[in-house]
Design a protein around this ligand. Structure first.
Ligand SMILES: [Zn+2]
Length: 130
């Protein structure tokens, strides 16, 4: 029944969390002081997203992606704890082992993930590409 090794998956997810947090602190450290301050200010006022320094927007967008991934990983870890890991949280179908291996943070089948990301993108993304 076990199509995955829980310890191995957990280790992979936890390593990824470390990477995310590393990227996040590196990203904030690399910007000049002004930008870091602006970003901090931006974080405190999520409703006031009108200011659009391009770099700031990219950085904030990257932050959003990292947040999303972090949230996904947390979801996957919770699923591991609850023993539901490996099944889609939306439709309950088994997630193929190959997908779990490629994406250990997958908590949805390919179809539901695509659907989810589509909705998410429309809701949260600035219109970057037209
Ligand atoms: Zn599904």
């Amino acid at each position: 029944m076990a199509q995955y090794d829980a310890d191995k998956v957990r280790a992979q997810l936890e390593r990824r969390i470390e990477e995310i947090e590393g990227t996040r602190s590196r990203m904030h450290a690399e910007g000049d002081g002004t930008q870091a301050n602006e970003l901090a200010d931006y974080d405190q006022h999520p409703g006031d997203a009108g200011s659009d320094t391009h770099d700031l927007e990219i950085e904030a967008t990257t932050d959003v992606f990292l947040d999303e991934e972090r949230r996904r990983i947390d979801e996957a870890l919770t699923a591991l704890d609850e023993g539901t890991y490996g099944t889609c949280v939306v439709c309950g179908k088994e997630i193929p082992a190959g997908r779990l291996e490629a994406k250990p943070d997958a908590v949805r089948c390919v179809d539901d993930q695509r659907h989810f990301e589509g909705e998410h993108r429309v809701a949260n993304q600035p219109p970057a590409e037209r």
